[in-house]
Design a protein around this ligand. Structure first.
Ligand code: UP5
Ligand code: MG
Length: 224
């Protein structure tokens, strides 16, 4: 897009790079399903949470302590930090792997997991980095998500997989991320997938939705 009518130039053009956002509550199965979709479609999978945790642990990072506090409290890290991490990771993939992971049919393909979880992030990313094509929205009950997270917490070592942090994460999700889903629903870009079933059943539904995107048949909001 050219820098006209007050709009900024995006870092990546949608015609060359497909971005699919992956949203859903904490523990809905975003990371699990992204791994499956990487195998199916050769996406580059970028988890905003993983990128933040890596930055938190990077020696010399000026943001490390700030990120640790936000994650433990279930709060959303200021968007400038997260968007920069995502943009850098996308640039590295595009520069390095034009024939490898994250690249197919002459185009880049990215699954951006756990982002955008707040309206300001959604608007900034779409306007300045790359316009997203679809939101895969995994839904299930809070009870199920909580059960999954507490089980994972037995071995994950994640500082936010404990009852207190999980409660805060659910609260922030409802208050700040649900408006993002409503925003993309109005833009007819949301595929809602019931993620209560087994991992493989959920995978098959997600695969079918993504197939439609790449075959050019995707049409508005869908529920699977
Ligand atoms: N599991 C998965 N699917 C299952 C199924 N169908 N049946 C039975 N079990 C299933 O799965 C969680 C667990 O459930 C696993 O043990 C899995 O085997 C099992 P997973 O795939 O990991 O779920 P996911 O949705 O990825 O859960 P996650 O905990 O990663 O979600 P969050 O959104 O809470 O975490 P994220 O890493 O994205 O963010 C963490 C924090 O980072 C945020 O709270 C926030 O503080 C910060 N953040 C920002 O500030 N900004 C951002 O943009 C992003 C993150
Ligand atoms: Mg995850």
């Amino acid at each position: 897009m050219s820098a006209t009518e007050g709009k900024t130039t995006r870092v990546f053009d949608k015609s060359k790079v497909t971005v699919i956002f992956v949203l859903g509550g904490p523990g809905a199965g975003k990371g699990t399903q992204c791994a499956n979709l990487v195998n199916d479609f050769g996406f580059c999978h970028l988890s905003a949470g993983d990128l933040l945790r890596a930055e938190q642990n990077r020696e010399g990072s000026e943001y490390g302590e700030m990120i640790r506090t936000y994650i433990k409290e279930g709060q959303i890290v200021p968007m400038e930090v997260t968007i920069k991490l995502l943009e850098n990771a996308m640039k590295a993939t595009v520069a390095e792997s034009r024939s490898g992971e994250g690249w197919a049919d002459g185009k880049g393909r990215f699954l951006i997991d756990g982002f955008p979880r707040k309206m300001d992030q959604a608007v900034k990313f779409d306007d300045e980095v790359c316009e997203s094509s679809l939101v895969l929205f995994f839904t299930t009950t809070e009870e199920e998500m909580s059960k999954r997270l507490l089980k994972r917490g037995e071995t994950s070592g994640r500082e936010d997989d404990n009852e207190e942090s999980i409660k805060k994460r659910f609260h922030v999700y409802k208050e700040q991320t649900m408006p993002v889903i409503e925003h993309y629903t109005k833009l007819h870009k949301v595929a809602s997938i019931d993620a209560t079933a087994t991992i493989e059943e959920v995978h098959q539904k997600a695969k079918a939705v993504v197939e439609e995107v790449f075959s050019g048949q995707a049409s508005g909001n869908v529920t699977a």
